[in-house]
Design a protein around this ligand. Structure first.
Ligand SMILES: NC(=O)c1ccc[n+]([C@@H]2O[C@H](COP(=O)([O-])OP(=O)(O)OC[C@H]3O[C@@H](n4cnc5c(N)ncnc54)[C@H](O)[C@@H]3O)[C@@H](O)[C@H]2O)c1
Length: 245
């Protein structure tokens, strides 16, 4: 069954990496995709296997920018059925006692506040149409608490808590909200990490390899479909066996 052709998905941070992989997978199934990103250079540099309905330059950590972008997306698409909150940054790999305060705020704003902002603008529309699927991209770091990326770990734990809270608020409205917790995939996010940190993260994965972007797309395609009908407020695992809860 999958996502019915003609449904529209907004994917934040969709210009590259995991968000781009999710967009490609959803588009392959006939979904119309709208990409939000601050930087489309990587997207424009490659020949694409899909044509987005719309690409919008949006800073998801800025509420006014999110509000204006959603209004424009709705005007063009007519309705939005799916929201994938994927945009995120890692921030520095540092002991928390050396973590710059302004960087803490930046990581929290892009990784957590953005998820609230995007849900805040999309949910009234989804409630009105009595249908919506929201997928928040959290991280294993939000479950485990990974040393030296405390800002990221805290923000992603916040995404998990927010997902569980709003899923209950929306449980009778036809709007289903879940998160996924990926282990490490090889994307642009790695540029912010040290090699020692990357090696330590890989060593934690029992399957002994990194996550493939296609594996994220495959899981999100199901969570974002009508077939995911009795699971809400859940954190889906993509950890190669790392998760213990
Ligand atoms: N790569 C991993 O190992 C991994 C593991 C777990 C979770 N994640 C999560 O997956 C998501 C995607 O990460 P990725 O690995 O593809 O990283 P990436 O750096 O390749 O892509 C992130 C995208 O988000 C965009 N972005 C950054 N700040 C933005 C903002 N303020 N507004 C709009 N767009 C913005 C970037 O321009 C980029 O296109 C993130 O939330 C990340 O935390 C990644």
């Amino acid at each position: 069954m999958g996502i019915p052709a003609g449904q529209t998905a907004i994917i934040t941070g969709g210009a590259r990496g995991i968000g781009h992989g999710i967009a490609k997978r959803l588009a392959r199934g006939g979904c119309r995709v709208i990409l939000w990103d601050v930087d489309f250079a990587a997207f424009e540099a490659e020949v694409q296997e899909f044509t987005p309905l719309l690409t919008q330059k949006v800073d998801v950590s800025d509420y006014a920018s999110v509000e204006a972008a959603f209004a424009e997306a709705l005007r063009v698409a007519g309705s939005i059925e799916i929201l994938v909150n994927n945009a995120g940054i890692n921030g520095p790999v540092l002991p928390f006692w050396e973590y710059p305060v302004e960087t803490w705020h930046k990581v929290r704003a892009i990784d957590l506040d953005s998820v609230f902002y995007c849900c805040r603008v999309a949910v009234p529309h989804m409630r009105a149409q009595k249908y919506g699927r929201i997928v928040n991209i959290a991280s294993m770091a939000g479950k485990d608490g990974v040393p030296f990326i405390s800002g990221y770990s805290a923000a992603k734990a916040g995404v998990i808590g927010f997902t569980k809270a709003i899923a209950k608020e929306l449980a009778q409205d036809g709007v289903i909200v879940n998160a996924i917790a990926p282990a490490m995939a090889e994307t642009g996010l790695m540029k912010e990490m040290t090699q020692a940190h990357i090696d330590a993260m890989k060593a934690k994965i029992p399957m002994g390899r990194f996550l493939q972007i296609d594996e994220v797309g495959a899981l999100v395609a199901w969570i974002a479909s009508p077939e995911c009908s009795f699971t809400t407020g859940f954190v889906f695992d993509l950890s190669g066996g790392r998760t213990t809860y």
